[in-house]
Design a protein around this ligand. Structure first.
Ligand SMILES: [Cu+2]
Length: 373
């Protein structure tokens, strides 16, 4: 730390000395009434400036791209089937753009230097050329049409209905975190409603406890998916806009309150394989929120594990159902609101069927006792 602050001090001192030298020179020139730039021709300076800018600018761009190619903002190794297509299109667009920049920019700067203003040079009046107009309208139009058509075809495929047999998994976003729900062995999600949410009693997703389909649902804090299998994400939010971003899989979809959005994809590389490819034994896929949704937005990260089908089945079997967990949190029978309201109600009410419990939650919601934060 000390060496660090010494270096910073030296840097500040250097800048200050440079500033003082400049100020000194300016004052000397003023006192002696000298204009050091009197003989400089701005046209020559600008013309040569273009040449220097072209050479230095392109060299810097290429050297930095080569030196830091592994730290591009782009991710390598797309880990899903459609991700390969997305990357292919991205690079096609990139190659076209790079080619255009490499041809047009050096020419532009070269001509700015070549025809810089000099005594005796006369500008040629050349206002219009229909052929040229046609060329630089038609060529970009064709190139853009090809790129856009390619994109439309791939995007239609990506956003089409999920193939039969895709594994449905629900992502629930809230301020601030993700909860993942699996439909359990019946492959059907139980009904949930925002008005049933009761954090205090552990009903974080608002299960309707009357709905038996939900009794085998799993509610977890990680996304575990089998490799080479179609996955359909059903994405929901219970408060504001969030966005489920699984960058390694090239998946991104908004979570919108009041509706279910979807995205299906097929992961192709397991976490274990990716650890080998990246030579990083701590590598984890992740999902994060890509929509600024409030103060804790930065913390909306969820680990995604891509495993083999056998590992996935083992993992599923090892999970406790949400309902079992909820039951153990709420061992006491729930007092029906009508009875609870009676002053003479006994301290321990008779047991109710599970069927009554969902209603109890719903009534509480109407009474405004549930905090929705
Ligand atoms: Cu968010």
């Amino acid at each position: 730390m000390e060496a660090q602050s010494l270096i910073s001090f030296a840097q500040i001192a250097l800048v200050a000395i440079f500033g003082l030298v400049c100020l000194n020179m300016y004052l000397v020139f003023r006192l002696k009434d000298i204009d050091p730039f009197a003989k400089w021709d701005p046209n020559q300076i600008n013309g040569w400036g273009f040449i220097v800018f072209t050479i230095v600018g392109f060299a810097a761009a290429f050297i930095s791209s080569a030196a830091w190619s592994d730290r591009f903002l782009l991710l390598n190794n797309p880990a899903s089937e459609h991700g390969v297509e997305i990357d292919r299109m991205m690079w096609n667009t990139m190659y076209v753009s790079i080619a255009v920049v490499l041809i047009t920019n050096p020419l532009m700067f070269f001509y700015a230097w070549r025809y810089r203003m000099r005594p005796g040079n006369k500008a040629l009046y050349y206002p219009h050329n229909n052929k040229l107009e046609l060329v630089w309208t038609i060529i970009p139009a064709i190139v853009l049409t090809v790129l856009v058509f390619d994109g439309a075809v791939v995007w239609t495929e990506v956003t089409n209905k999920a193939p039969q047999g895709a594994i449905e998994i629900e992502l629930n976003g809230k301020q601030f975190g993700w909860t993942v729900r699996y439909p359990g062995s019946d492959l059907e999600f139980g009904e949930t409603q925002v008005s049933f949410i009761n954090e205090g009693k552990g009903n974080t997703l608002g299960f309707n406890m009357d709905d038996k389909r939900g009794h085998d649902d799993l509610v977890v804090q990680e996304l575990v998916i089998p490799v080479n299998t179609d996955i359909e994400l059903k994405i929901r939010s219970r408060d504001v806009l969030h966005s489920a971003n699984l960058a390694h899989f090239r998946v991104k979809m908004d979570a919108v309150p009041g509706m279910i959005t979807r995205f299906h994809f097929k992961p192709t590389i397991t976490t274990a394989d990716m650890r080998q490819r990246t030579q990083n034994e701590n590598f984890e896929y992740e999902m994060n929120c890509q929509q600024i949704c409030g103060g804790g937005h930065w913390n909306m990260r969820l680990v995604v594990k891509v495993v083999t089908m056998e590992e996935y089945k083992q993992w599923l079997a090892s999970q406790k159902t949400f309902y079992a967990g909820w039951k153990s949190m709420n061992p006491d029978p729930v007092i029906a609101p009508e009875k609870a309201a009676e002053p003479a109600a006994p301290a321990t009410a008779p047991a109710h069927e599970p069927a009554a419990e969902g209603h109890a939650d719903a009534h509480e919601a109407k009474d405004g006792k549930i905090s929705m934060n």
